[in-house]
Design a binder for this molecule. Structure first.
Ligand code: CP
Length: 369
C-alpha cells in the first residue's frame, strides 16, 4: 500500500492542466484512476488524499453557468476528485466528510426537480454544510409578487455560500450571477444549458471507456428543447468525442450541424450504427414539444430506443438518459432493464460529482467581485 507522501509525489508528477488538449485529458485521468485504486484502502488519510489530488488547484470560474466557461483543466480537476468521492463515500458506504462545515447552500428551484435538487441537497449535507430548499410555490414570489431579482438579493444578503438555481427561462442563471456575490451553479435554465448534468454524463462515459476521445455519442429525441443536449454537445466536443444527433427535422435546432459539429440523422436505424453511447432524451411536453410532431405515438414508433434498434450499436455500447424517463416513449423498459443501461449509474455519479463541485466552490463567495 502506498503512503500519503507517495501518492502526493505521483500526483505532482501528473501536472494536471499543463496542456488543454483532449489527448492529455484522457491520459491524465487514467493515471489518477490508477493512483486512486492503489491508495483507496488508506481510509484514515482520505482528506489528505483528496487534498493531494486537488494539488492546490482551483476552478477557473466563480460560477458554473455554461460548459463553455470551463477549461479542460477545470474538467480534469472535477473528474479527478469525483472518482474518490464516488468510490470511497458511495461504494464503501462512508459518505460524510465535513469539508464544508459552517457553509450554507441554497437550492433555489423555480422549476420542478427530483434528481438535481436531491443530489445537491444530499451532497451539501454529506459535506457538513447547511442546505436549504426554496421552490416557487413556497417562496414570496408566487403569491406576494416579489421579483426574482429581489428574492435572489435577499438570499445573497443572508451570506449564502453557494446558490443552486433552476428556472424555466434561458439565461436566467447568468442574469442572477451578475447581481450577487454568492457563486451560482446553473441547475438548468430553460432550453439553454444544464452543465452539471453534462459533467456527470461525460464522467460516466469516461469512467466506462477510460476515454471520450473519438467515442461516437448519439443523442436521440427532442433536441430543440433540451438543455441536457445543449450542455452535452458542448462537453463532448470539448473532450474530443464524435457527435451524432437523431430527431424529426422539426426538432433539430437551426444550424446544429455547424454549431455543434455533429452529424445529423432523421432515421434511427442509420444513426445508431456502431455508436458507443446511445443517449435518449424525453419529449419536453412542458415546452410545447407536441406542436412539432404529428403525435407522440408516431414519434415513439420512430425514435424510441428498443432492443431491436440497440443491436446496431457497438456490443459494448451504453444507454444513457438524464431522466425523468417517459417509458415506452423515449426508451423501452426492456432497454432500461438491460445491462447496457447506465441510467442509475448516472444518478450515483451525479451525487459524487456535485459533492466535488460544492467542495471546489465552497470558498468562492469571498473571491467574487
Ligand atoms: N436530470 C434532471 O435534471 O432531472 P431532474 O429534473 O429530476 O432534476
Amino acid at each position: 500500500m502506498q503512503n500519503f507522501e507517495e501518492v502526493e509525489k505521483k500526483v505532482q508528477e501528473i501536472s494536471l492542466g499543463a496542456d488543454n488538449s483532449s489527448q492529455d485529458f484522457d491520459i491524465t485521468l487514467g493515471k489518477v484512476k490508477d493512483i486512486w485504486q492503489e491508495s483507496v484502502k488508506d481510509k484514515d488519510k482520505l482528506e489528505n488524499i483528496l487534498l493531494a489530488l486537488k494539488n492546490n488547484q482551483e476552478l477557473s470560474v466563480k460560477d458554473i453557468l455554461s460548459i463553455d466557461d470551463l477549461t479542460i483543466a477545470d474538467i480534469e480537476l472535477i473528474f479527478t476528485l469525483t472518482y474518490p468521492f464516488k468510490h470511497l463515500f458511495i461504494q464503501q458506504n462512508s459518505k460524510k466528510i465535513p469539508l464544508l462545515k459552517g457553509k450554507s447552500i441554497i437550492n433555489l428551484f423555480m422549476e420542478e426537480s427530483t434528481r438535481t435538487r436531491t443530489s445537491f441537497e444530499l451532497a451539501a449535507k454529506h459535506l457538513g454544510a447547511d442546505a436549504v430548499n426554496i421552490n416557487k410555490s413556497s417562496s414570496s414570489m408566487a403569491k406576494k409578487g416579489e421579483a426574482l431579482n429581489d428574492t435572489v438579493r435577499t438570499i445573497n444578503a443572508m451570506m449564502a455560500d453557494i446558490i443552486i438555481f433552476r428556472h424555466s427561462k434561458s439565461g436566467s442563471a447568468q442574469m442572477i450571477a451578475h447581481e450577487i456575490k454568492a457563486p451560482v451553479i446553473n441547475a438548468g435554465d430553460g432550453i439553454h444549458e444544464h452543465p452539471t448534468q453534462a459533467l456527470l454524463d461525460a464522467y460516466t462515459i469516461w469512467e466506462r471507456f477510460g476515454s471520450i476521445k473519438d467515442k461516437i455519442v448519439l443523442v436521440v429525441g427532442d433536441i430543440k428543447h433540451s438543455r441536457v443536449a445543449g450542455s452535452l454537445f458542448r462537453i463532448i466536443n470539448k473532450l474530443g468525442g464524435k457527435l451524432r444527433l437523431c430527431a424529426p427535422t422539426t426538432l433539430i435546432p437551426y444550424a446544429a450541424e455547424d454549431i455543434f459539429k455533429t452529424e445529423i440523422f432523421t432515421e434511427i436505424e442509420e444513426a445508431i450504427k456502431d455508436a458507443d453511447v446511445v443517449y435518449a432524451l424525453r419529449p419536453q411536453r412542458e415546452r410545447a414539444m407536441e406542436s412539432y410532431i404529428p403525435t407522440i405515438r408516431e414519434y415513439s414508433k420512430r425514435y424510441c430506443i428498443n432492443s431491436e434498434r440497440l443491436k446496431f450499436a457497438k456490443s459494448t455500447a451504453i444507454v444513457m438518459h438524464a431522466g425523468p424517463i417517459n417509458r415506452e416513449i423515449d426508451i423501452r423498459t426492456e432497454v432500461m432493464e438491460n445491462q447496457q443501461s447506465v441510467v442509475e449509474e448516472q444518478v450515483t455519479n451525479g451525487f459524487a460529482l456535485r459533492m466535488t463541485l460544492l467542495w471546489l466552490m465552497g470558498n468562492k463567495r469571498a473571491q467574487k467581485s
